[in-house]
Design a protein around this ligand. Structure first.
Ligand SMILES: [Zn+2]
Length: 372
């Protein structure tokens, strides 16, 4: 028997291949604030994540159908992954729904200023298949880090039940659409079990038995102190089949990405680079050129806040180790001026820069994987 091979590429349903690992910024409602898809493409970002909860309205899905896919609608030719919508729905259910809001059938939730709705595992899959994304994520039942063993165990039971329901719905739609294997999106399940390693292991094993293209690490991957829980990431990576894609949902701190890639994780998404850009926090590598970046160094990057007085007269770019639109064309002083006067181009340039920082980071990690 030949050993299964680790995935080397993220393949889209249109036949494009992107080397792993990849980072996909969050384009929650089919856009990233302050920039357009051409800007995103120019940062060498291979793909984006869209949010099923925000795009679930039937009137919006009709518009997508007219365009045939969310990619066509955005005029975005890179990869697109969708989440299950579960995080928002479950958060609302836990906040407003009372103890019976979450059942094995689905989740009863009340969006702000809207009537109560019911969201099912089947619906999550149907919406994602209508959006025609390249990776579909199954609905899971998550717990917070303070959850008791019993609560975490119950979330694992329901996560596995919903994973089976989602897989059935996914297979049914693929058959209806007569998708050839290469046109079929990846289907990924999310491992739950809170901070309890035996539950995370059991959940991993049960999900693998059902059969998916990959596993996600989700449900507050932080410990009770708010630090990223690497022990669980390692446990899942060690127990997933070799050919599985491993997706760390919402993980985006550069040091956490580096640590996860070293354990075998492939896909990351996060709001950090774009949200931080809007809060005037830019990421810069601590070195004078792209070729000298060493992500094995502990402090390989810093924050750059362009509103300090010292930047007002600085003629240098924000980073010498960056080839983005901002760093190639403008000085620190000009960016300082744009922020000071409140011009919207400041936010656009900062977002472009941070996305390029992340795509360079991933390029370095791809090289690291090739060298090992
Ligand atoms: Zn730059």
């Amino acid at each position: 028997m030949t050993k299964p091979k680790s995935p080397k590429f993220f393949k889209t349903t249109k036949g494009k291949k992107y080397p792993l690992p990849v980072f996909f910024p969050d384009a929650t409602q089919a856009f990233i604030k302050n920039i357009d898809p051409v800007d995103i493409k120019n940062t060498h970002t291979p793909g984006i994540l869209v949010n099923t909860y925000h795009l679930r309205q039937p009137s919006f899905l009709q518009v997508i159908e007219q365009h045939q896919s969310i990619g066509n609608f955005m005029s975005w030719s890179g990869a697109i992954i969708s989440d299950s919508g579960g995080f928002q729905v479950m958060s609302l259910a836990k906040k407003f729904g009372g103890p019976k809001a979450i059942s094995d059938r689905g989740v009863k939730f009340k969006p702000p200023n809207q009537p109560t709705s019911f969201f099912t595992p089947q619906q999550s899959i149907r919406i994602q298949m209508q959006l025609k994304t390249d990776m579909v994520v199954v609905l899971d039942d998550f717990t917070d880090p303070q959850a008791s063993y019993q609560q975490a165990k119950e979330s694992v039971r329901r996560t596995i039940l919903w994973a089976k329901i989602c897989k059935k719905e996914f297979d049914k739609i693929c058959q209806q659409q007569k998708n050839l294997p290469h046109q079929t999106p990846y289907l990924l399940a999310v491992v739950q079990g809170g901070k309890y390693l035996d539950l995370r292991l059991e959940c991993t094993r049960q999900l693998v038995k059902i059969g998916f293209d990959g596993l996600g690490y989700g449900g507050w991957p932080l410990d009770e102190e708010g630090n990223f829980n690497l022990e669980i990431a390692q446990l899942i990576a060690n127990n997933a089949p070799k050919n599985y894609l491993l997706y760390a949902l919402g993980i985006g701190k550069p040091e956490d990405i580096v640590a996860c890639v070293k354990l075998g994780w492939h896909i990351f998404d996060c709001v950090i680079p774009t949200r931080d850009a809007r809060h005037r926090r830019l990421y810069t590598f601590n070195t004078p050129s792209i070729s000298k970046i060493d992500i094995n160094q502990k402090d390989f990057y810093s924050y750059f806040v362009p509103t300090k007085t010292k930047h007002q007269h600085n003629t240098q770019p924000v980073s010498q180790a960056c080839d983005c639109h901002l760093c190639q064309n403008y000085s620190q002083a000009y960016l300082h001026h744009l922020f000071k006067t409140g011009d919207s181009s400041a936010y656009r340039l900062a977002t472009i820069h941070n996305l390029r920082f992340y795509s360079i980071l991933m390029e370095k990690l791809q090289q690291l994987k090739n060298d090992t």
